[in-house]
Design a binder for this molecule. Sequence first.
Ligand code: FMN
Length: 214
Amino acid sequence: MSRLFNESDSQVLADIIRLRRDVRGNRFNDNPVSDADIDTLLNAAMQAPSVGYSQPWQFVVIRDSSVKQAVQQTFIEANATGSMQFTGDKRAQYDALKLEGILEAPVNLAVFYQPSETAVLGQTSMPEMGKFSVVCAIQNLWLMARSLNIGVGWVSILDPLKVKKALNAPESAELIGYLCIGYVDEFLAEPELKQKGWQQTKSATEVIFKDRFS
Ligand SMILES: Cc1cc2nc3c(=O)[nH]c(=O)nc-3n(C[C@H](O)[C@H](O)[C@H](O)COP(=O)(O)O)c2cc1C
């Protein structure tokens, strides 16, 4: 018989969703992340929904500091280019943000999309669905991590080809997410970019429509 959850179960899940945060390098502490912790996170990721049950994900668990350093180098270059896309006060604000924790995090996790060589049920009209499935896996992992009080930070300011080179990734694999993982002493109550005035929270009325956009 299938398990039915009660109201307090759903409240716990709502709290985990609400209190999940992106964690940058200034917040990780020294507590080690065990292989068992990583297995728990990857197990959550691998139970994500995927188009046609294709499970098109691949994960590289990184603890080696020379690999982290190669990735950090591509962050530095990409971040300089990223900063140039903002002007005036916004650029100064951008430059003051800490946007990764590659070296500070005890574990890095590179998450790849490995396309199928044959047609995938459900992916025949919208080819991006395979990549979106990998994002579902990352979100599962992120929520499971929060339930264990483990912080996760997603770093996307990277040259994916340079990351692939550093990891000896096969040509066919596409980088979807690069995550920094480690224990933290506390999680911010709200997104840091909101707290720092970079971006406001959108209201429900701005993003939810009934029946038609207008
Ligand atoms: C696809 C994706 C890419 C992201 N890339 C970065 C990044 O490169 N650097 C960074 O500091 N945060 C990154 N973030 C984290 C977002 O800034 C963060 O999720 C958002 O500000 C909301 O904060 P919260 O996750 O703490 O609720 C990324 C998040 C997502 C979903």
